[in-house]
Each structure stands twice: as structure tokens, then as C-alpha cells.
Design a protein around this ligand. Structure first.
Ligand code: F6P
Length: 541
């Protein structure tokens, strides 16, 4: 038995013991719980005191983290070692948000100078478009951008724009990801090709959906612009610039293979957002993320927000068999956070083998789902409160949803008070006796109260984490997303998996090509399973 499996077994044993103690009882017997399990990090506040763990459980989780050498593995990541072992790549998204004079190396090669140069190019381009110095093919300034990309080339920039855009932007920014042509049609509706910039974002520049959408956008431009004029409207963002140029981009912005797709929002992948928000705002996002990097590097494990957030997840999955987590951002601007986290966490940690290729001895990444609060409360929260399966919740709560509206406490209070009430209801619950007494007090007869009380009973003792942001400032958003990135990495270290590859998406891509070939040939190929063949025939008519 290795020290890691011993520490995992210890965590599981303590977690079994914890089953006998309700969360509210943990508060009652440990007056220091909130202080001990409340962590300040880069302007955020993380509260894991409403998790199911006892102090002993919390400490067993910390022991597991220490045994897995989280700090050593973290240092290897920041040092640019080949932590993506299946692709032999460094994983250096922190380099993208580091100071200009930083000194990061990817597999020994210095990268910070190039990062700073690219940043300067983006800043200059954003400035030129904003000022009207950079214009389209017919010399008109740009007033709209269509950002084409999917997965990591879409979710992060889209989230940033939703969170930070002004109510009336001077440059409209629209996103297209789906290969359904309707997505592109909606994005282009009402736009003028002469004043629209198309930004095609793809790390590989081979992604089927993105290339198909880029062709649609090019055809749309071609209806109004000659090929010579059109190039001013086509910008590529990619780690394969030669492909983007060959396709027809008049200008390309690069990034390197050590930037994973789902970790790429800090790079030129967010070019369109930097242009539409203005560089200064985007720089503030980077600053917030850098502050979280600093915290992750410096804070000791028990007060290290990414580590502790990861351990809450590990405790739930490994200790209590809770294989799902719901994320509820209480801010309209963060409505795409669950989608962002689905890619970040499920693409990173939805793995079946360990780094050495042997089968995992743990459950690995859970199902992540969610909706913005308060909308989710009126949909699936019924299940979270009363369903027999316990689903830990994560509340992301924002004091001021708009930086401009500094006096908005009144306006925002109904929003965040709902989050606090939900988390409270989840731990406290309501006994059948309480439910019955309420029914009687409301005028129900004895038998009516007996009949309805079980339906109105809440088991309670359901865990949650709360992350507080003072406001939806660029810094806070940057810190939040970096927190989740590092948390995902820590979990991967404990599960001993490679969080930075995504082979699981490849088979479907291959088969999609084969299916399309069959459709073009007008019949299912020999050997195709009967169900797929039948569905294909029905769709072809
Ligand atoms: O199919 C999954 C994936 O490879 C993601 O990892 C990536 O973010 C997305 O596709 C888009 O890839 P690209 O940026 O190369 O177009």
C-alpha cells in the first residue's frame, strides 16, 4: 500500500465516521469552525464550513494533499516541466498573466518575453480599433466583432464578456460556437459586413465546427467586400498561424502549445474581449488571476483556497460517494460559469487511467451542473433539497453585481440573500414534527397535517461551499477563474491523473467524419451498427 492509498483510506474511514454527525452539530461543538474553514484569497472569501467534514475529516483531507506532494507538483507546473505527460508539454497558463518582467520557462525555453510581446500587440490592436486607427476594407471603423470558436476557444471569453460588458457597449461582441448554421445566422443578423470584424479562434485551426462557421462568415463578408478588402476583416487566433494565414486571415495572433484550450482565456484567445472591453479592463482580469497564482504559490495548505476547495470535492467524492456537484452563481454576469466549469473540470478530470496508464483507484471528476441563482432554485433545487441523492452545492455570491453601482447593496441584497438562505436551508432542513406543527398552526386538521407533513419535511445536513466576491470587478472574475483552474489541478494530482489532455473527445470526432461520409455517399457503410444505420436512413429522407 502506498502512502497515497493509505491517506485515501484514512480519509474514507474518517468520512464514514463523520456520517454520524450533522453539519449543524459540527458548528455547535466547534466554535472556531467558521474562522478555520473561511479563507481569504486574492480578494475572494471561501467558506467550506458548511461541508460535511468534521475537523478530523478536514485534517485527513489535508494529510492526503500533503502526501500527494501538491506543493511539489504545483512547483513543477509553475517551473514549466512536462506535467502534461501524455503530450510531453508544459502547462503554463500562469505565465500568461504574470508581470512583464517575469521569467517563466516551458521545458527550459524562456517564454515570458514572447508573452509580453503578444500582450503588447493585442493591447495596441485593441487601442487601434477603439480609436478608429484600424479600420475595415472600406475604411470604416469597426463597430461589431463576431468571435468564432468552440470549447476553450469560446467559453472563457464568452464568460468574461457576459461578466464585464457595459450595458451599452460601443463595440458589439457576438459569439458563435455551434455548427448549427442558425447560431451563425443569429450572430450576423443586423450586422454590417463593412463594420464587422470576424475573429476565428482555434488552437489547432482544424476544429470542424469552427472552420465550418468561419466559412459561413467569410461567405457573408464576400457578399459585400472584395477579397482584397475582406482580409482586413478576418483575424485568426491560433497556435497554428500558418493554417490561419493559408485559410485567409489577414492578421493572426498566436499562443503556444503549452496553453491548454480550457486554460486559454488569458491568452490571445480573448482578443475579441480585450478589444471590445478595452485593454485596461482585460489587464485587470489578468491582475486578478495573478493574485490568485501568488496565493496558490504562497499560502500553506490549510489556508490555500484552491487546495481547500479541491479537498472539499475530494472528501465528497471519495469519502461520501457524492458524484455530482451543482454550481450556482448568484450573478447574471456569471450565468455561463457552470458551462465553463463543465469543460474545465470534466474535460480535465473525467479520466479512467492514472498518469502511468493503469486504471484509477478513485472515482475521479464528478458531474458538474448548474444554473445561475435564483433561476436554479425554481427548477432543480427541489432535488437538491429533498431528493434521496445528496448533491453538494457551490454558491458563488457577489456583493455588488455591477462595479458602477456602488450603492447597489439594496438592489443586490435580494439576490445574495437568496444564496445565503439556500445554503442555510440545506444544512438546517426541517423535521417532520416541525412541518406538522407549521401545518397545524396554519389551520390544517390533525389528519391533514399527518398526510402532508412527510412531503414538507427536509432532511437537511446537505453540504455546500460559498465563494464570496465583493463585486463583479475584472480582478475578482480573474481571481475566481484562476481559483477554479488551480482547484482542478489539485484534484488531478490527488487522483493521480493527467488533467491536461482530452483524448476522450477524439473518438466522437473521428466517427462524426465517418458518419458524414456515409451521408454524402447516400447510405450507411457496411458493418455500421443497426441502430445508427436506421437513424441515419430516417434523417437522410
Ligand atoms: O474537442 C475538444 C477540444 O479539443 C477542446 O479541448 C478545445 O477547447 C476545443 O476542442 C476547441 O479546440 P480548438 O481551439 O483547437 O478549435
Amino acid at each position: 500500500m502506498t502512502p497515497r492509498t493509505q491517506a485515501l483510506d484514512m480519509l474514507r474511514a474518517v468520512a464514514r465516521k463523520d456520517e454520524g454527525t450533522r453539519i449543524v452539530h459540527q458548528f455547535a461543538t466547534d466554535p472556531g469552525r467558521v474562522q478555520r474553514m473561511g479563507i481569504e484569497a486574492a480578494g475572494l472569501y471561501l467558506d467550506v464550513s458548511k461541508q460535511s467534514w468534521s475537523l478530523e475529516g478536514f485534517e485527513a483531507a489535508l494529510d492526503l494533499a500533503r502526501t500527494c506532494d501538491i506543493e511539489g507538483r504545483r512547483d513543477a507546473l509553475f517551473a514549466g516541466e512536462a506535467v502534461n505527460v501524455t503530450e510531453g508539454r508544459a502547462v503554463l497558463h500562469p505565465a500568461l498573466r504574470a508581470a512583464d518582467d517575469a521569467d517563466f520557462h516551458a521545458l527550459g525555453e524562456p517564454v515570458s518575453k514572447e508573452v509580453a510581446e503578444t500582450r503588447n500587440q493585442i493591447a495596441a490592436y485593441a487601442q487601434a480599433i477603439g480609436s478608429g486607427a484600424e479600420v475595415g476594407g472600406t475604411r470604416q471603423p469597426f463597430n461589431a466583432i463576431v468571435h468564432i470558436g468552440i470549447g476553450g476557444s469560446d467559453l472563457g471569453p464568452r464568460l468574461l464578456w457576459d461578466a464585464l460588458k457595459p450595458l451599452e457597449p460601443t463595440i458589439q461582441l457576438r459569439f458563435v460556437a455551434n455548427i448549427d448554421p442558425r447560431d451563425m445566422a443569429e450572430a450576423l443578423a443586423g450586422l454590417d459586413p463593412e463594420t464587422t470584424l470576424i475573429v476565428v479562434v482555434s488552437k489547432t485551426f482544424t476544429t470542424q465546427e469552427t472552420l465550418a462557421n468561419a466559412e459561413l462568415a467569410k461567405a457573408w463578408l464576400a457578399e459585400s467586400l472584395s477579397p482584397r478588402r475582406m482580409v482586413k476583416h478576418l483575424v485568426g487566433v491560433t497556435a497554428a498561424p500558418e493554417k490561419a494565414e493559408a485559410w485567409g486571415c489577414g492578421r493572426t495572433f498566436g499562443f503556444r502549445d503549452w496553453v491548454g484550450g480550457r486554460y486559454s482565456l488569458w491568452s490571445s484567445v480573448s482578443l475579441s474581449v480585450a478589444v471590445a472591453l478595452g485593454w485596461d479592463m482585460f489587464q485587470r482580469v489578468l491582475d486578478g488571476a495573478r493574485a490568485m497564482d501568488q496565493h496558490f504559490l504562497e499560502a500553506s495548505p490549510e489556508v490555500n483556497a484552491p487546495i481547500v476547495l479541491a479537498l472539499a470535492q475530494i472528501y465528497n467524492v471519495e469519502g461520501r460517494g457524492r458524484h455530482a456537484r451543482t454550481v450556482a452563481p448568484y450573478a447574471h454576469g456569471l450565468r455561463r460559469l457552470p458551462a465553463f466549469l463543465q469543460q474545465l473540470e470534466m474535460e480535465s478530470n473525467g479520466k479512467r487511467v492514472k498518469r502511468d496508464g493503469t486504471p484509477v483507484d478513485t472515482a475521479t471528476g464528478p458531474i458538474v451542473f448548474g444554473e445561475p441563482g435564483t433561476n436554479g432554485q425554481h427548477a432543480f433545487f427541489q432535488q437538491i433539497h429533498q431528493g434521496p441523492m445528496v448533491v453538494p452545492a457551490e454558491f458563488v455570491v457577489v456583493g455588488h453585481t455591477s462595479e458602477a453601482a456602488v450603492d447597489a447593496r439594496e438592489g443586490d441584497a435580494p439576490l445574495w440573500s437568496n444564496a445565503l438562505a439556500q445554503a442555510q436551508a440545506l444544512i438546517v432542513g426541517k423535521t417532520e414534527a416541525q412541518a406538522r406543527a407549521e401545518l397545524i398552526a396554519a389551520g390544517a386538521g390533525e389528519s391533514e397535517a399527518d398526510r402532508l407533513a412527510p412531503h414538507k419535511t427536509f432532511p437537511g445536513d446537505r453540504p455546500s461551499t460559498t465563494i464570496l466576491m465583493d463585486s463583479l470587478s475584472p480582478e475578482a472574475v480573474g481571481a475566481l477563474l484562476a481559483l477554479y483552474e488551480h482547484k482542478t489541478f489539485v484534484e488531478g494530482v490527488i487522483w493521480d491523473i493527467n488533467s491536461f489532455d482530452q483524448w476522450g473527445v477524439e473518438l466522437g470526432k473521428q466517427l462524426a467524419k465517418a458518419v458524414l461520409t456515409d451521408v454524402q455517399n447516400g447510405e450507411p457503410s457496411e458493418g455500421l451498427d443497426a441502430s445508427t444505420a436506421e437513424l441515419m436512413k430516417r434523417l437522410m429522407v
